[in-house]
Design a protein around this ligand. Sequence first.
Ligand SMILES: CC(C)(COP(=O)(O)OP(=O)(O)OC[C@H]1O[C@@H](n2cnc3c(N)ncnc32)[C@H](O)[C@@H]1OP(=O)(O)O)[C@@H](O)C(=O)NCCC(=O)NCCS
Length: 179
Amino acid sequence: MSSARPESRRVSAAAPAGATILRPARADDLAYICATERLPGYERLTGQWSHAEHVAAMARADTHYLVGSPSGGDPQGFVILQPLADPHEGTKIKRIAVTSPGAGFGRRLLHAVFDWVFTNTSSDRLWLDVFTHNERARHVYRVVGMSEDGLLRQAYRLPDGSCVDRVIMSILRSEWRAG
Ligand SMILES: CC(C)(COP(=O)(O)OP(=O)(O)OC[C@H]1O[C@@H](n2cnc3c(N)ncnc32)[C@H](O)[C@@H]1OP(=O)(O)O)[C@@H](O)C(=O)NCCC(=O)NCCS
């Protein structure tokens, strides 16, 4: 991991109760990750990589994979951070997906990821882009404190050939610290 800048303390004030355990993903988590990003309907919501593409991404110095679970059980979601800590743009959540959407885990996972990024990297900004039609994800990102920074029109071609808009959303270190 690069650009470490540990913080002495921090748990977002808005984080819901209940432990969420994050750990670095291992090669043997890739079957879970590939299966999760291929859950029915996810092809319109998030990218999908082959196993080989994940292996290559996982080996990159600017990429970090995390899996999350409630209280350390089986993974219930994963996050890919890429770039991990760009000096200008900060950390990007390249991909996030959970096993059982709508059950409340995504919100907990995001709070845990915010804590991880702002504790373990020098990034002052954590950001992502989300398809405008992904109303569930946009809602969750707003609820956990992310702001909409701007719109990329017709900026992604889905597997069905249609082109869709993406919204850039972010949270700053100062906003995370304020809770
Ligand atoms: C995005 C994702 C990580 C969020 O995690 P999650 O576990 O589903 O989120 P939660 O259960 O914590 O919260 C879901 C919220 O969305 C709301 N919601 C559900 N469907 C919705 C919709 N169609 N429009 C708006 N809000 C919606 C729920 O009411 C809930 O909000 P509330 O807690 O204020 O009531 C998860 O849904 C997921 O993996 N989706 C598929 C992949 C994906 O979209 N990845 C993101 C790509 S940018």
